[in-house]
Design a protein around this ligand. Structure first.
Ligand code: TXA
Ligand code: MG
Length: 331
């Protein structure tokens, strides 16, 4: 299949019309959001949605997120308790997904048969325009299943060129890791996936509901609440280990690639040539932005394996470590 690559510099130009037409006619479009690139199909078209699973090689039990362009649209697709509206308004549009009880218009193909649906309102203007033009878009991240999510069009091209109708290139994603997922169908709001909105921020925002619980989903749990989180994920083909920054010294100028912060390179690894900088410790968001590109680089590099710096699990680093740990699970 020929994949159209549409470069969108100005989100308000007509260049996204091509992508919109592809979606409307049942095709797949990779599109930018402020977290990562998504692989979209019109959410109310079950045949189009099925193709997402085929193209990605995605396990059938892993539901997709439905992307809308405004908060007002939510009740067309899901049941929403009024008491959560102020909180949703604080966080959306943005890098967060809410799990709600679904209405019948959402096909079972989207939710992998669950009676709940993940709803996200991305803030990216290109994503918003696309949704306005095509209707609600069901989309997972635009990578082949198991690979690091794409944070720019080049990474989408690596995984999906020739397999889908269209890829929109609107530059790098601002956050670089996937949305925080909060399940609002339970007694207390439950965080199913940590992300750009941190647990600390959520506890503050959900104060009147007693804060949020964090649900640790992992490979050992048979029935995880966010089915996607049970898999090895974000992973390079080559082995990856997580080490304290001090221990990285043992790998200076070996055949192992060292992924670390600028600070660690400057203080501990001055003479090392086998280093890939993943961002600044002082600015954790730069690490989130570069993380998946860095993980993709491991396989492109000439090194046989890689080690990555360990971070304290708080704030945004909690979400970053969640991804790194999944990437480091052995095959
Ligand atoms: O930032 C993001 O969330 C990106 C962009 C494209 O929006 N999307 C994304 O999708 O990361 P994906 O498919 O890679 O991850 C979706 C996650 C999976 O772990 C899935 O299990 C969970 O959301 N999920 C979706 N619907 C759910 C539901 N009804 N209940 C529980 N978990 C759900
Ligand atoms: Mg994904």
């Amino acid at each position: 299949m020929e994949t159209k690559i549409v470069v969108v510099k100005d989100p308000y130009s007509d260049s996204i019309d091509v992508a919109c037409e592809v979606l409307r006619s049942g095709g797949l479009v990779a599109f930018p959001t402020e977290t990562v690139y998504g692989l979209g199909a019109v959410a109310t078209n079950p045949e189009a949605v099925k193709k997402i699973f085929e193209v990605k090689g995605r396990p059938q039990d892993n539901p997709l997120i439905v992307h809308l362009s405004s908060i007002e649209q939510i009740t067309n697709f899901a049941y929403l308790d009024e008491k959560f509206v102020p909180v949703i308004k604080k966080l959306s549009p943005g890098p967060i997904t809410f799990v709600l009880r679904k209405k019948d218009v959402i096909p079972a193909e989207v939710t992998a048969g669950l009676d709940t649906v993940g709803i996200r309102i991305p803030a990216h203007p290109v994503a918003q325009r696309l949704i306005d033009c095509s209707g609600p878009i069901a989309a997972p991240s635009a990578n082949l299943s198991g690979r690091p999510s794409p944070t720019d069009a080049q990474s989408v091209i690596e995984d999906l060129k020739g397999l889908i109708e269209c890829i929109i290139d609107a530059g790098p994603s601002a956050f670089g890791i996937e949305s925080t997922i909060v399940d609002l169908t339970r007694e207390k709001p439950v965080v199913l996936r940590p992300g750009p909105i941190t647990l600390e921020e959520l506890n503050e925002i959900f104060k009147e509901f007693g804060g949020v619980e964090y649900h640790k989903t992992n490979m050992e749990i048979n029935k995880p609440l966010a089915p996607g989180m049970k898999y090895r994920h974000y992973a390079p083909d080559k082995p990856l280990r997580i080490l304290e920054s001090n221990a990285l010294k043992d790998f200076i100028n070996t055949n192992t690639l060292i992924l670390c912060t600028e600070e660690t390179k400057d203080s501990l690894l001055k003479d090392a040539e086998n280093v890939y900088i993943i961002g600044q410790f002082k600015k954790p968001y730069t690490i989130a932005q570069n993380l998946y590109k860095s993980l993709r680089f491991i396989d492109k590099s000439p090194y046989s394996d890689a080690v990555i710096e360990k971070f304290p699990e708080e704030g945004l680093f909690f979400s970053i470590m969640n991804r790194i740990k999944k990437a480091a699970i052995k095959k």
